[in-house]
Design a binder for this molecule. Structure first.
Ligand code: ZN
Length: 218
């Protein structure tokens, strides 16, 4: 545990385990994940997000959502010593976009909080959904619930905010750590994905509008 990681006691428990695609190479999710990695290796992110022929859309949405969750977890984990309640007292993406947390359980109303507290709530909330077999079935033959596309939309809409916070408030630190290329690749992949399947409304993506336009016009 780093010294900074203990500030305010908020960022210390960043122990989200990478989840999903069980490491059993016989599962559908594992095969799809392998396929996605190979396609990504080809360097064309726009093609990499396309639904593979004959594949189930929900399965594809699930594999990619888990993957983005793990990537964001890793990327945000690199700046937890900088993203403190002192440095980032409010969860925002630049001066014009502020986010208040609401999950209907612990926070019934939109609640203003520091960025590390917000991200902690967000990642725990997503992890809870990914671990819920009724929402995110991982066993072969278990059908996806009707609500699955809506669940994915609500997850990626909120995951975007972590990218937006990283770009607006921690980009220099990510550059200093030489991981900005990972952020750029991860975000471009994410953006092509949400664009392909129309998962996030344009107004939600506004904090990174210029970057988005330049990525999508590639
Ligand atoms: Zn921050």
């Amino acid at each position: 545990m780093s010294f900074f990681g203990t500030v305010g006691g908020l960022a210390k428990n960043r122990t989200f385990k990478p989840r999903g695609a069980k490491n059993d190479n016989s599962t559908r999710a594992y095969q799809l994940k392998k396929y996605a990695e190979q396609t990504l290796g080809s360097g064309n992110l726009r093609d990499a997000v396309l639904l593979p022929e004959g594949e189930d859309l929900n399965e594809w949405l699930a594999v990619n959502t888990v993957d983005f969750f793990n990537q964001i977890n890793m990327l945000y984990g690199c700046v937890t010593e900088f993203c403190t309640p002192q440095e980032c007292p409010v969860m925002c993406a630049g001066p014009r976009f502020e986010y208040h947390w609401q999950d209907g359980v612990r926070y019934k109303k939109p609640t203003k909080m520091s960025a590390p507290e917000y991200v902690d709530n967000l990642m725990n909330w997503v992890q809870g959904m990914l671990d819920d077999e009724a929402l995110f079935p991982s066993k072969i033959g278990v059908p996806f619930p009707k609500t699955f596309p809506a669940t994915v939309k609500s997850i990626v809409r909120r995951l975007f905010r972590v990218y937006a916070h990283l770009y607006n408030h921690h980009f220099a630190q990510l550059c200093a750590l030489s991981i900005e290329a990972h952020l750029n690749t991860s975000f471009a992949h994410f953006l092509f994905f949400v664009d392909e399947f129309k998962l996030v409304e344009k107004k939600e993506l506004a904090p990174l509008a210029e970057l988005n336009a330049s990525i999508l016009s590639r």
